[in-house]
Design a protein around this ligand. Structure first.
Ligand code: OFO
Length: 165
């Protein structure tokens, strides 16, 4: 049985993952409208992955005798300025998610819930990969600068950059 504090913290993370999925979906739509086909496909996929992260939490909470709560979300932004700004925002958001996961891990340690601590290690590993991927993308973007040909290739190749999850 989950302790109340752990259940609440896990439910908070459901919201974070759901929000992430919405943010990346909104980014995907923005990129699609701008004709950035590869970038939009990458972001649609990323949005799906966040939904999967959320579902994994839903299943876990319910399996452990808790109640996974689906709550209201903030509307994500609909404008992202430029693809450079978009990926900077994505990186910052992933850093925020990592911080949330770390706080959650801390709750499980304080509550001596080692099963949930163990369950969360998947998220810890996932965040390392996601941050690394976002950093790789930012590095590539800074190499491109304002070169249109570079953007063309980046948009074509980005779909091969993924996190295994
Ligand atoms: Fe992109 O992060 Fe979920 O966990």
């Amino acid at each position: 049985m989950l302790k109340k504090k752990v259940e609440e913290a896990l439910n908070g993370q459901i919201r974070v993952e759901a929000q992430s999925s919405q943010i990346y979906l909104s980014m995907a739509s923005w990129a699609e409208v701008k004709g950035l086909e590869g970038i939009s496909q990458f972001l649609y996929k990323h949005s799906d992955e966040e939904r999967m992260h959320m579902l994994k939490l839903v299943k876990y909470i319910n399996e452990r005798g808790g109640h996974a709560i689906v709550s209201e979300l903030e509307a994500p932004k609909t404008e992202f300025g430029s693809f450079q700004q978009l990926f900077k925002a994505l990186f910052e958001h992933e850093m925020y998610v990592s911080e949330c996961i770390n706080n959650l891990v801390e709750v499980t340690l304080n509550e001596k819930d080692f099963a949930t601590h163990n369950f969360l290690q998947w998220y810890v590993a996932e965040q390392i990969e996601e941050e690394a991927l976002a950093r790789t993308i930012l590095d590539k973007i800074s190499l491109i600068g304002d070169d249109k040909g570079g953007l063309y290739l980046f948009d074509r190749d980005i779909q091969q950059l993924t996190v295994d999850s």
